[in-house]
Ligand binder design. Structure first.
Ligand code: NAD
Length: 477
């Protein structure tokens, strides 16, 4: 899917808008209405700055998962406050969205649903069917975060994280877009040197519903001494016992008795071709609307599943995205390069587990998890889920120390990708930047001697809401 013909021009115009210029409070561009979600552009991926058009025009057409609801006057939004700092940052974000809707003349109808530890405590299920139904029947979903010490020793199916995985799987959310853009205002918040991180603007496109997190067989079995020898021979392919690498499957759920018992844990790293194709298309679209540079990360030198990943990504990009320059990198090297010279990356596409790790690493380029939004999208039939990259921060829950900006920026991504409200999304993003320009900082982004004022979650939320209401006077702010 490609942008409507007029959109690159609009994006180019937006890109030239100076920070000091005001936005029209109720701006609408009817020629941008459409049913299909626009692929993330540079601005949307960064969630901070105006869009930048693709450097080259695409000559290909393709179908991706990027589909949105038609723009309308009223939207139903499911809120999943979750655990830990979740309710605090959700409250701040709802305040900001209320300021936005009052100002911009459209409605967001909010309804809360349970997920994570809160859902386990209430109904004994980390993502109950009632929550799934509510999410599926809404236009979009805003999620805070889940988890906490309280549920850490629960059986796996009763852990908050299982609710998250169930939600992603049952809502078909196979693509996670995680922008990591270093803002000028926060360049010193990174633990890396200024010259390394200044200007970094990376988008990690992570596959979300496959890979070793969902592959079967999986489990922890107990095997006796004789079978342990078999495991060494057939369960691994590291030369021990000259194994074939497939024998582990025989253990399944069988139980063994007798002496010399040992435990064996295993998961299956597996991708189907069609799963790789669809994430490659999302990544191709993302990259083509940014700089056109796409780096696919895998471990093809060791893993067969990665070799298939590499082959399929190459096939999709070369046949469907003439304007995208594709490169490949092994995940260990990518982890190193992200720290050594992050500016070499624009868009990264990778599988679930590698993406989990690399996107957290990329977040540290920015300086705080508290600044990083994300979008999880699927086939477009159901809504997307928009959530910060961080967890529930149980260490600061209930102390008004949480940074709500990642959730506010996630709400901006929701406006852009699910609700067809691009300009309102930009108002939110600009308001966040304006508040940083006002030198307000939550503890996670405060530097010693930076001359900024330390504020809590509530004050930060109120400050953003105020700026949203008065953004025409952004010059004076
Ligand atoms: P975390 O992201 O919750 O916290 C890591 C560190 O960052 C902590 O010091 C925390 O105080 C800080 N932090 C995170 N978000 C912040 C914010 N908005 N403002 C200020 N500081 C912030 O990661 P963790 O400690 O590894 O995990 C805590 C719980 O969260 C665990 O139960 C974990 O499973 C869960 N978790 C949930 C998600 C999710 O909901 N998507 C993601 C990661 C972890």
């Amino acid at each position: 899917m490609k942008l409507p013909a007029a959109l690159p021009t609009l994006l180019a115009l937006a890109a030239t808008v100076d920070r000091a210029l005001a936005f029209a409070p109720t701006a609408t561009t009817t020629n941008m209405h459409h049913r299909r979600r626009r692929p993330p552009s540079s601005s949307s991926s960064s969630s901070m700055m105006p869009p930048t058009p693709s450097s080259s025009s695409s000559t290909t057409t393709t179908t991706t998962a990027l589909t949105a609801v038609t723009r309308k006057d009223s939207y139903s939004i499911t809120l999943l406050p979750g655990d830990g700092i979740g309710p605090e940052i959700m409250s701040a974000t709802v305040g900001v969205l209320s300021a936005l809707t009052s100002r911009c003349g459209f409605e967001l109808e909010f309804a809360e649903a349970l997920i994570g530890g809160a859902a386990i405590d209430a109904v004994g299920d980390p993502f109950p069917d009632a929550s799934l139904e509510r999410c599926l029947s809404s236009d979009s979903v805003l999620l805070s975060c889940i988890g906490g010490y309280k549920w850490d020793s629960n059986p796996r199916e009763l852990r908050p994280e299982s609710g998250l995985l169930k939600m992603r799987k049952s809502m078909g959310l196979f693509a996670n877009l995680r922008p990591a853009k270093v803002l000028d205002q926060l360049v010193d918040a990174s633990t890396l040197r200024r010259e390394v991180v200044e200007g970094v603007d990376v988008m990690v496109v992570r596959e979300l519903t496959g890979d070793v997190y969902f592959g079967t067989p999986k489990g922890i079995d107990v095997v006796d001494g004789e079978l342990w020898s078999s495991f060494l021979a057939f369960g691994r392919d590291d030369g021990v016992g000259g194994g074939s690498g497939v024998g582990i499957f025989v253990f399944g759920s069988q139980s063994y008795s007798s002496s010399g018992r040992k435990r064996v844990g295993y998961n299956n790293m597996i991708y189907r071709e069609d799963e790789i194709e669809r994430i490659a298309r999302v990544a191709g679209d993302v990259a083509s609307k940014r700089s056109g540079r796409l780096c696919s990360v895998d471990k093809a030198n060791v893993l067969d599943v990665s070799q298939l990943w590499r082959d399929v990504v190459t096939e999709v990009i070369s046949s469907e995205f003439a304007d995208v320059e594709l490169s490949h990198m092994y995940v260990d090297n990518a982890a190193m390069q992200l720290i050594r010279y992050p500016k070499q990356f624009d868009t990264i596409v990778t599988g679930n587990i590698f993406g989990d790790i690399l996107s957290d690493e990329a977040s540290m380029l920015v300086g705080s998890l508290g600044m990083l939004p994300s979008a999880s999208i699927g086939d477009g039939i159901g809504p997307g889920v928009f959530e910060p990259c961080h967890g529930s921060a149980p260490d600061i829950a209930g102390t008004d120390k949480a940074n709500p900006l990642a959730l506010i920026l996630s709400a901006a991504m929701m406006l852009r990708y699910d609700l067809d409200r691009d300009e309102e999304a930009t108002i939110l993003e600009r308001s966040v930047e304006a508040v940083l320009d006002m030198k307000l900082r939550t503890a996670d982004i405060k530097q010693e001697g930076d001359g900024c004022k330390l504020v809590g979650c509530i004050e930060m939320g109120k400050a953003v809401a105020e700026v949203v209401s008065t953004i025409n006077s952004i010059v004076e702010v």
